[in-house]
Design a protein around this ligand. Structure first.
Ligand SMILES: Nc1nc2c(ncn2[C@@H]2O[C@H](COP(=O)(O)OP(=O)(O)OP(=O)(O)O)[C@@H](O)[C@H]2O)c(=O)[nH]1
Ligand SMILES: [Mg+2]
Length: 218
């Protein structure tokens, strides 16, 4: 049994809950690219063809199990429409991972993802901007190649230049690769959770806390 598991299972069962506060995932991109639809597809396994602009921000939570470990994601779906954005910016700070979405059939939405990325970094001011986990999602691939305006290679090149961002071509409509994209996001979140748990296990006061609880974690 790993030391971490022994501490949690035997002496401090609530540790994962304390550390494993929900991880904040934020979805950004132009209006109409399908941010709400992707979140809905992933969390509720559902899709609606009607469009209702998100105002400010909305969220859904989902518990994900990966390799027998659990992580809870709070997925923040933000407004793409400029007039509804100011409310959403408040949620940038505290995000653990950011999903940049564009519509493969809309070149402008791809050109704008860099602005979304830069604005996020300004507002969220993460400790290390160069290593902050972004994931890029190209949505609406179900509409067919003749509608496509953004070439896969172009988008892949952009992601590679930005530090090998994971890149997925998805469809919220038919569900294609949505699960796959969010699995990468959930893995980032789980890694962060485990790293924070590791920090606590290294805490010089931990032996005293465990002692207090009537045990030894060695
Ligand atoms: N064909 C197709 N349509 C999609 C897909 N994803 C979303 N849509 C449609 O595109 C429209 C906009 O989708 P939303 O998810 O509301 O877009 P949004 O990015 O949340 O828009 P804002 O809230 O304004 O920022 C809706 O009519 C959706 O049904 C997709 O993968 N394929
Ligand atoms: Mg929306």
């Amino acid at each position: 049994m790993r030391r971490q598991d022994k501490v949690c299972n035997t002496y401090w069962p609530e540790l994962p809950e304390l550390v494993g506060k929900t991880r904040q995932i934020i979805i950004l991109g132009d209006s109409g690219v399908g941010k709400t639809s992707l979140m809905n597809r992933y969390v509720n396994k559902d899709f609606s063809a009607s469009y209702k602009a998100t105002i400010g921000a909305d969220f859904l939570t989902k518990e994900v199990i990966l390799d027998d470990r659990s992580v809870t994601l709070t997925i923040w779906d933000t407004a793409g429409q400029e007039r509804f954005q100011s409310l959403g910016v408040a949620f940038y700070r505290g995000a653990d991972c950011c999903v940049l979405v564009y519509d493969v059939n809309n070149a402008k939405s791809f050109e704008n993802i860099n602005s979304w990325r830069e604005e996020f970094l300004i507002q969220a001011s993460p400790r290390d901007p160069s290593s902050f986990p972004f994931v890029c999602v190209a949505n609406k691939t179900d509409l067919g190649e003749n509608k496509r305006q953004v070439n896969r290679t172009l988008a892949k090149n952009y992601c590679d230049q930005q530090g090998q961002l994971p890149y997925f071509e998805c469809s919220a409509k038919n569900g294609n690769d949505v699960e796959k994209a969010f699995e990468v996001i959930a893995r980032h979140a789980l890694a962060q959770q485990e790293s924070e748990m590791g920090d606590i296990l290294e805490d010089p006061f931990l032996p005293a806390i465990i002692e207090d609880r009537g045990g030894c974690a060695c």
